[in-house]
Design a protein around this ligand. Structure first.
Ligand code: C2E
Ligand code: CA
Ligand code: CA
Length: 658
């Protein structure tokens, strides 16, 4: 394989190979020239001593000048780096120069062999061999020098004497020359081969290095993507989880201070709903930019999702720095965000909790900050709340509910109490409201709204409603046996339940199992449910079709329109106790209840007033036209076993009054 056959399609590769050849030949040439001059000097000296002719001196002068000229030109080639940029031209030049140089030696055997024939043959063969050995990487230049030298030597031997031994000697010299030339060709091939291997290895190493860099870059890109919130560019929840875990792992050993800020944008949902998603995104991006701008270099701002952000601070005085950051962010977030030529007012509420003061692990710290945030939001917009021991009690309370509600429902650990509803005109008991009760073994009484919201959160709403309804069914059977076969029992339901299951199916199945006519059961839904009539319409329709009665609870607190009430065909409206308790002294509430009485009459709905606590209020309500009343004046919610005693007492009292 010679240089031309070494991947000719790969021009670059070929050029580099040629450059390596040129460089190698050039590297050796100084030594070759120096030795040539030395040999020329000594040879000329010997010939001159025997012939004393001036021609040998001329030859010597020529050879030395030529070598010197070659040396200078080659030196310049090296300096200009032409062997790298134009290796082909340089190699050609080297070949021609070698040829000229080789020719310059030819006079020696031809002109002076007569005087020192053997010596000249020896010197010529030696010079040619030396020159060839010095330019092994490129046979053309080696042979360009060697061919004229050896040719002239052979010629002189043949001319000089025609003895057999001389012919034999000439034959040997010719053989030696051919072997030298062959060795030159072979050695160039070996050189090319080794260069090819070296270049391919370098190429491979380079492409491996490039591939490695690319792999590193794309793995960095992937890592960035996996750790970044696409919309805001902040770190995402995965980073949050990892950082919290790592901090607590280290914190556990070093007692490092950790502060967690949880941030919620005020009324973000409204912005999204009323101004559209683009506006929502703009607000989120602006909030993220402002938050990141306020964070110090070690703080980690994160978007947890939706409009929820967090910042993790750690190290010396983390709590104080968190407090300062939170205050500055609340101010920064109060600045409206420009969108589509208008300004969107925004705001942020923040909860802060710190470790090790408030929490021992990352979950607890998050729960503490979350509770603080919850309280901040309850207190109003743009508030900051630091977790404290009071909240800690609340957190323990909440945790106990979350932890034990499922088991309490499964094991019958909850109670259902029944509060009577009275026809205020005659004192007759018309029904009861079923109200859930839970006495937790560790923390005591749990408020019903907390039970209900925990059930929603834990997706236990259906089981809670079924539990209460089951007790209500059993209670109805008890009422039947006690001679109150017309009494109705109301069961509360939270509006969110309609999305999760079919109340008509669940209640229908229970009523069937207990052999109860569904019209003995009333379903109470708070007024907020009917704000979204589409959502409840289907559920209400099914309940009504199954024969259950429907009531709107806490009426007056929300914003339900009369049109909705009419379309939903409600049986009863329960007036919230805020308008009822103390009504005898409130002209305003009297006017309101009077209006509700007239509305309910025209819509053909029955009105129930809740929170009747005094006879004065009962009198006023009766005077305003209210018929059904519920409240502590008549009886608190009581366990089933107490109801029968209460009923007996109530009837004897009613009879006494009559
Ligand atoms: P609600 O449906 O409006 O129930 C009436 C609440 O007012 C009951 O509180 C009752 O004990 C109280 N109450 C009754 N009469 C008076 C009175 O004269 N004065 C005063 N100050 N209060 C009176 P409770 O039992 O604490 O229930 C609170 C709320 O929890 C209920 O309000 C209801 O929304 C919810 N709830 C109770 N049990 C259940 C249930 O089984 N399922 C669902 N989904 N919600 C329930
Ligand atoms: Ca109720
Ligand atoms: Ca109510």
């Amino acid at each position: 394989m010679d240089a031309q056959s070494a991947r000719p399609e790969d021009h670059d590769h070929y050029a580099r190979l040629r450059a390596a050849q040129a460089e190698s030949v050039l590297g050796n040439i100084a030594l070759t020239l120096a030795s040539n001059i030395f040999v020329a000097l000594t040879t000329a000296g010997i010939i001159w001593s025997s012939t004393n002719g001036a021609s040998i001196l001329s030859w010597l002068a020529f050879v030395i000048s030529l070598s010197a000229a070659r040396f200078m030109v080659l030196e310049r080639i090296m300096r200009l780096g032409l062997h790298q940029t134009r290796p082909d031209a340089v190699l050609k030049f080297l070949t021609v120069a070698a040829l000229v140089s080789g020719v310059s030696w030819t006079p020696l055997p031809l002109l002076f062999a007569a005087s020192d024939g053997d010596y000249i043959v020896f010197v010529m063969a030696g010079t040619a061999t030396g020159a060839i050995i010095q330019s092994l990487p490129y046979w053309r230049s080696a042979i360009a020098f060697g061919a004229p030298v050896m040719g002239a030597t052979l010629l002189s031997m043949l001319i000089e004497s025609s003895t057999v031994s001389n012919y034999l000697l000439a034959l040997n010299v010719a053989l030696l020359t051919l072997m030298l030339f062959r060795a030159s060709v072979l050695s160039e091939r070996a050189f090319v081969r080794s260069q090819n291997v070296a270049m391919r290895t370098t190429q491979l190493a380079q492409s491996l290095a490039v591939a490695n860099t690319e792999i590193n870059e794309s793995s960095h890109r992937l890592e960035r993507l996996a750790n970044t919130d696409v919309l805001t560019g902040l770190a995402n929840r995965a980073v949050f989880n990892r950082r919290m875990e790592a901090l607590f792992y280290q914190g556990g050993r070093e007692r490092r201070e950790i502060a967690l800020l949880l941030i919620d944008l005020d009324k973000f949902k409204t912005i999204n709903d009323t101004r559209g998603h683009h506006a929502g995104d703009t607000v989120l991006k602006a909030a993220a930019t402002r938050l990141a701008a306020l964070c110090a270099s070690g703080d980690l701002p994160i978007r947890l999702g939706g409009d929820e952000f967090a910042v993790i601070l750690s190290g010396r005085s983390a709590a104080a720095r968190a407090d300062d950051l939170a205050r500055r962010f609340i101010d920064a977030a109060a600045e409206p965000v420009s969108f589509g030529g208008t300004e969107i007012p925004i705001g942020a509420s923040i909860g802060i909790a710190c470790a090790p003061d408030h929490a021992a692990d990352e979950d607890e710290l998050y729960a503490c900050a979350d509770l603080a945030l919850y309280c901040a939001k309850i207190e109003g917009r743009r508030r900051l709340k630091l977790f404290d021991s009071g909240l800690k009690g609340q957190l323990d309370y909440q945790r106990a509910i979350d932890r034990d509600l499922g088991a309490a429902l499964a094991q019958g650990g909850l109670d259902v109490h029944f509060q009577p509803q009275i026809d205020m005109t005659c004192g007759r008991v018309t029904g009861f409201e079923a109200l859930v009760r839970w006495w937790h073994p560790d923390i005591g009484a749990i408020s019903p709204p907390d039970i209900v919201s925990a059930a929603t959160k834990l997706q236990l709403s259906e089981r809670l409603t079924a539990y209460v309804a089951e007790c209500a069914c059993r209670f109805i059977r008890t009422l039947d046996r006690a001679g109150h076969a017309d009494a109705i029992v109301s069961v509360n339901m939270s509006p969110s339940e309609f999305d999760l299951y079919s109340p008509a199916l669940t209640l229908g199945e229970l009523a069937r199992r207990h052999g109860i006519n569904p019209n003995r059961i009333e379903v109470e839904i708070t007024e907020e449910a009917i704000l979204d009539p589409q959502k409840v319409e289907a559920a209400f329709f099914e309940l009504r079709r199954a024969g259950f009665r429907l009531a709107v609870d806490d009426f007056g607190m929300g914003h339900s329109s009369l049109a909705h009430l009419i379309s939903l065909k409600i049986d009863r409206l329960k007036v919230d106790r805020h308008f009822v308790t103390g009504i005898s002294a409130s002209a305003h509430n009297q006017a309101l209840v009077a209006a509700l009485v007239s509305v309910s009459r025209s819509l053909d709905m029955e009105l129930v007033v809740e929170g009747v606590e005094t006879t004065a209020d009962a009198e006023t309500l009766r005077a305003l036209g209210c018929r059904i009343g519920q409240g502590w004046l008549y009886g608190k919610a009581m366990p089933e076993a107490e109801v029968l005693t209460w009923l007996n007492r109530h009837h004897s009292r009613a009879r006494a009054v009559a």
